[in-house]
Design a protein around this ligand. Structure first.
Ligand code: NAD
Length: 330
């Protein structure tokens, strides 16, 4: 058993989180994560309306009696979603853990706090983590440059970002970006985190509702199979490298605006990739951890394997147990 400040405060068995993933964070995956003793998040904006989110939460409750949360990501969007209405749906459904990401969650904090909701804020910079702690979030998910989706604009990998954040933040901290096995979990704990967040690794599991072709492509891909798009718009996103991502970067070289890219990059097109299984049809998110993904296990097999590997590393290679306290640079 790996007990950390995170497992204690959030009431989960293992220090492993399945964070928000557009089109992927749905009830069957999230319930499987909860049943495996980790903490899963339904992705709010994957549901077309707040009413659909309410139904998805109910569906998840039918599949597990363990805790799970909802992710609310606030990023530039072609058609901005009604964030406050999603927040109301989350609270009214009685959800007690929310992962916020993409933008400062301040405007949503009072309503969540009044309703006893714990907030894990995912961010990509130490200064944002410090700010989030100051405005009262309960935990930080610090997301390194290796991650899928939006790594920010500072390009700081986890090896530096995690301990730099651990030196400044006192609340529990989850390490995100580039995690997928027991080695990563032990490394995250050594760097000062209280657990790991995984997205891409959970996509390549039996319960993730995405086409088998995409899972197969993730197994075939290596650590070089991602590409950064939207650099020129300061909305950088790490995605699986494919025909469309190459085309987007080529257009960006000529000084593109979002309207020039919209037909290629729309989330709706990415959704079809997952549904129909053509990896070159649209943009889909994936991180560098693809280089360490070699199979498509069940969620339960994955979580128990990671914990088993981590425990073996701690006892056989490090010669003992790892406490939950942080080792801070003096
Ligand atoms: P979309 O179709 O609205 O946009 C496609 C892409 O273009 C996205 O990456 C978006 O960030 C980017 N974009 C849109 N307008 C932009 C602008 N003005 N400047 C720069 N970049 C711009 O995206 P979608 O994939 O359908 O996402 C819709 C919603 O889902 C967004 O509100 C976003 O916050 C959210 N989302 C959530 C997650 C998650 O894991 N929770 C991941 C991605 C997106």
């Amino acid at each position: 058993m790996l007990n950390t400040n995170f497992t204690k405060i959030f009431g989960v068995q293992h220090p492993i989180v399945q964070g928000g993933m557009q089109w992927v964070g749905r009830a069957p995956l999230v319930a499987a994560v909860a049943n495996a003793g980790a903490l899963g998040f339904i992705t709010a904006l994957t549901q077309p309306t707040p009413e659909d989110l309410t139904k998805e939460i109910a569906k998840c409750r039918n599949l597990t009696d363990k805790p799970f949360g909802v992710n609310l990501t606030i990023l530039p969007a072609l058609k901005p979603p009604p964030y406050a209405e999603y927040r109301h749906a989350i609270i009214e459904a009685g959800i007690k853990i929310v992962e916020t990401a993409g933008y400062n969650p301040q405007e949503h904090m009072p309503h969540f706090k009044e309703n006893g909701v714990k907030i894990i804020h995912k961010c990509t910079a130490v200064r944002h983590a410090v700010k989030a702690e100051k405005i009262g979030v309960d935990a930080i998910s610090i997301d390194g440059f290796e991650c899928a989706g939006h790594p920010g604009e500072d390009d700081i990998p986890g090896l530096i970002l995690i301990p730099a954040a651990a030196d400044k933040v006192k609340i529990p901290m989850i390490a995100s970006g580039g995690f997928g096995d027991g080695r990563g979990l032990v490394a995250a704990l050594a760097l000062g985190a209280d657990g790991i967040n995984m997205g891409t690794r959970f996509m390549a599991t039996e319960e993730a509702q995405i086409h088998d072709n995409i899972k197969r492509r993730m197994v075939e891909n290596d650590e070089r199979s991602t590409q950064l798009i939207f650099r020129t718009l300061r909305n950088t996103a790490r995605v699986a490298r494919n025909k469309i991502s190459e085309e987007v970067v080529e257009i960006e070289k000529g000084g593109a605006e979002i309207s020039d890219l919209a037909p290629l990059v729309s989330g709706q097109r990415g959704k079809i990739v997952y549904e129909e299984g053509d990896p070159d049809y649209g943009i889909w998110s994936a991180g560098m951890i693809q280089g360490l993904i070699h199979d498509v296990p069940t969620v339960d097999e994955l979580v128990s394997r990671i914990v088993r590997e981590a425990e073996a590393i701690i006892s056989d290679r490090l010669g003992g147990s790892m406490g939950s306290g942080r080792v801070a640079a003096e």
